[in-house]
Design a binder for this molecule. Structure first.
Ligand SMILES: [Zn+2]
Length: 266
């Protein structure tokens, strides 16, 4: 399906979606104004709502099939159907790589206690796992009980440390703040580079308003610093980005316009 597939060197990325709900921009970003949002007409619909895609991405690298994040599994979630439509066989998935343990990133790990990716190892950043499994955090985190802990009993989870080499072309990098153990993924193949952003940014408006932290950021000060550092680097080095919550298919670049940094989707 053209438009949903892109190459970075020899690595192939296929954009997948678990649905695209619309919501008030003030739900995730309560400290913003409608005037600020109107600076980005393409981001608001006719009811002044923004859309927030539950995006994931399938990656083919060195003969491995990797799925980065698994959506929300809401009752109307579309991820598994979208995978079939785009030719991604979930039985062929070798690795499920989780950027962080929010409910909309681990949702389809299992259904009814059975892995949806029956032949995959599930890689979870150790720091995020340790944060979410603290008793006082776990108490309010049903999604960890349902979508992460059963992976232990099934012996299919691997906790990964910083700068983990997923394949020779894919390396994780710590990008903390949104959650304490949040990671992104650097793609490097035959001289080309790409970056799977995770939730370092939730909305293209943050290309310019990089200080904006959605309410989901657990450590806003850390997340703000991380976002500035990462977006500055992606802009200055012109690296292709895959951004899960950005408009479909979520591929593009951070570029410098006349007066501000912008997201230029592909
Ligand atoms: Zn998140």
């Amino acid at each position: 399906m053209p438009g949903h597939t892109i190459k970075v060197g020899n690595v192939e990325l296929v954009s997948l979606s678990d649905g695209t709900p619309t919501r008030s921009p003030f739900m995730p970003f309560p400290d913003t104004t409608i005037e600020q949002w109107r600076e980005f007409p393409g981001l608001l619909d006719s009811n002044d709502q923004i859309s927030s895609r539950y995006g994931t991405v399938a990656v083919r690298s060195e003969g491995k099939l990797i799925v980065v994040d698994t959506g929300l599994q809401a009752p109307d979630g579309t991820l598994l159907d979208d995978m079939s439509r785009k030719g991604i066989d979930r039985e062929a998935v070798d690795i499920v790589l989780i950027t962080h343990c929010h409910p909309d990133h681990v949702g389809w790990n299992l259904t009814g206690g059975r892995p949806n990716f029956p032949n995959a190892r599930y890689l979870v950043p150790r720091k995020d796992y340790e944060y979410w499994t603290q008793p006082q955090v776990l108490e309010g985190a049903e999604h960890i009980t349902n979508q992460i802990l059963p992976l232990n009993r099934l012996n299919v989870i691997d906790l990964i440390d910083d700068d983990y080499q997923v394949t020779g072309e894919l390396t994780t990098v710590p990008t903390p703040g949104h959650t304490p153990g949040h990671i992104s993924v650097i793609i490097s193949s035959v001289g080309e580079r790409g970056y799977i952003l995770g939730d370092v940014a939730h909305n293209p408006a943050q290309a310019h308003y990089t200080d904006w932290c959605p309410i989901f950021d657990i450590e806003p000060e850390v997340s703000r610093r991380t976002r500035h550092r990462v977006l500055d680097m992606l802009e200055s080095e012109g690296i292709l980005v895959s951004a899960g919550h950005f408009p479909d298919p979520g591929f593009g670049h951070f570029v410098r316009g006349e007066s501000r940094r912008m997201w230029r989707g592909i």
